[in-house]
Design a protein around this ligand. Structure first.
Ligand code: NAD
Ligand code: IPM
Ligand code: MN
Length: 348
């Protein structure tokens, strides 16, 4: 029995979590994949229920999980909280040691028409962004605001860079064997250490080709020549920004999942987007990002390739029939889409 802890969170988080869990249930009915789900408060919901975005009960539950699913957190009502939902999320990433955030960006041929970009540019896009998740300017000290001055510190050491670089090179070995490391080595000392360390690590992976791009040029090339990328390796903040940008290739932020990997603890799976307060509570959310987070969990935590393929194929088939949510220009509500995927799973 696999133990899955769910953290639905805020805004559209609970809506897309419900959709993905219904689909998981439909896909696993009658199979020997068995699991139990324990839902815990997190983010704004943690503040409302327990006075903290990452309550102690939630911390304890995560220690016993085989895999963790997170919806999304945050919202204007908690911006002035003493510990914000976003700070709670960063605390969780640090506590669990989730150093590698893996964000695949793929565009099925049958769904190329959903991209706002020219078909001939985006057709065949299949890349993975490997974002370092517990270092850089998010975590470096000092970090404070004092009157009219504020400090954030970008910090990496060789060990932190080496660990994420090895992860990215190993991902590349299972793919097309190409790593693009993205930095700002023409300006930042951090990036010069990054580039030097990546080149050292590369020597241990002679079957993987490495190239370096500055982040500004990478941001441009991501949109103009997305098919040139296989694995993108980058630090925390650059990876955050480039991955939202990359969502324009398939057509919506609501399509992109992620996996966050730790050396010691269970992995965590979550959409790359946030709680989308502008559309929350209206059944407008695209649940694909959460559904694909579940299929990443099935593959990476539980080795359930066939189950994951079945779910992904059902979603793709439904979307190819023209059933998709408003973010992609469709008419389907979150529930319409979910039910269509469940019907497709039951047919097949
Ligand atoms: P957002 O990612 O929530 O939304 C950006 C835009 O994308 C919005 O227009 C939204 O409606 C749309 N969108 C996002 N997901 C969608 C989906 N599944 N279907 C359809 N449309 C979708 O970013 P934001 O508005 O800048 O931030 C809102 C809150 O979320 C903030 O509090 C932010 O800090 C937080 N946030 C949390 C996470 C997380 O939980 N990991 C990630 C990013 C932002
Ligand atoms: C993400 C989010 C978070 C980040 C925020 C909410 C702290 O944007 O998961 O991509 O910047 O990492
Ligand atoms: Mn982000």
């Amino acid at each position: 029995m696999h133990k899955i802890v769910t953290l639905p969170g805020d805004g559209i988080g609970p809506e897309i979590m419900a959709s993905a869990l219904e689909i998981l249930q439909a896909a696993t009915a009658g199979t020997d994949f068995t699991y139990e789900v324990t839902e815990m408060p997190f983010g704004g919901a943690g503040i409302d229920a327990k006075g903290h975005p990452f309550p102690e009960e939630t911390q304890a539950a995560l220690q016993t999980a085989d895999a963790i699913l997170l919806g999304a957190i945050g919202g204007p009502q908690w911006h002035d909280a003493s510990v914000t939902p976003e700070q709670g999320l960063l605390q969780m990433r640090a506590l669990l040691g989730l150093y590698a955030n893996v964000r695949p960006v793929r565009l099925a041929d049958s769904l190329v028409h959903l991209s706002p970009l020219k078909e001939e540019r985006v057709k065949g896009t299949d890349m993975v962004i490997v974002r370092e998740l517990i270092g850089g300017i998010y975590f470096g000290k000092p970090k404070y605001r004092e009157g009219d001055e504020a400090f954030d510190t970008m910090y990496y050491n060789r060990g932190m860079i080496e660990r994420i670089a090895r992860y990215a090179f190993e991902v590349a070995q299972t793919r097309r064997g190409h790593v693009t490391s993205v930095d700002k080595a023409n300006v930042l000392a951090n990036s010069r250490l990054w580039r030097e360390t990546v080149n050292e690590v590369a020597q241990d992976y002679p079957d993987v080709q490495v190239e370096h791009l500055y982040v500004d040029a990478a941001a441009m090339k991501l949109i103009t020549k997305p098919t040139d990328f296989d694995v993108i390796l980058t630090e925390n903040l650059f990876g955050d920004i480039l991955s939202d940008e990359a969502s324009v290739i398939p057509g919506s932020l609501g399509l992109l999942p992620s996996a966050s990997i730790s050396a010691e603890q269970a992995a965590l799976y979550e959409p790359i987007h946030g709680s989308a307060p502008d559309i929350a509570g209206q059944a407008l959310a695209n649940p694909m990002s959460m559904i694909l987070s579940v299929t990443m969990m099935l593959r990476q935590s539980f080795g359930e390739e066939v189950l994951a393929d079945r779910i992904e194929e059902a979603c793709q088939a439904v979307m190819a029939e023209g059933i998709f949510t408003k973010d992609l220009g469709g008419q389907a509500s979150t529930t319409d889409f979910t039910q269509a995927v469940i019907r497709k799973l039951q047919e097949g």
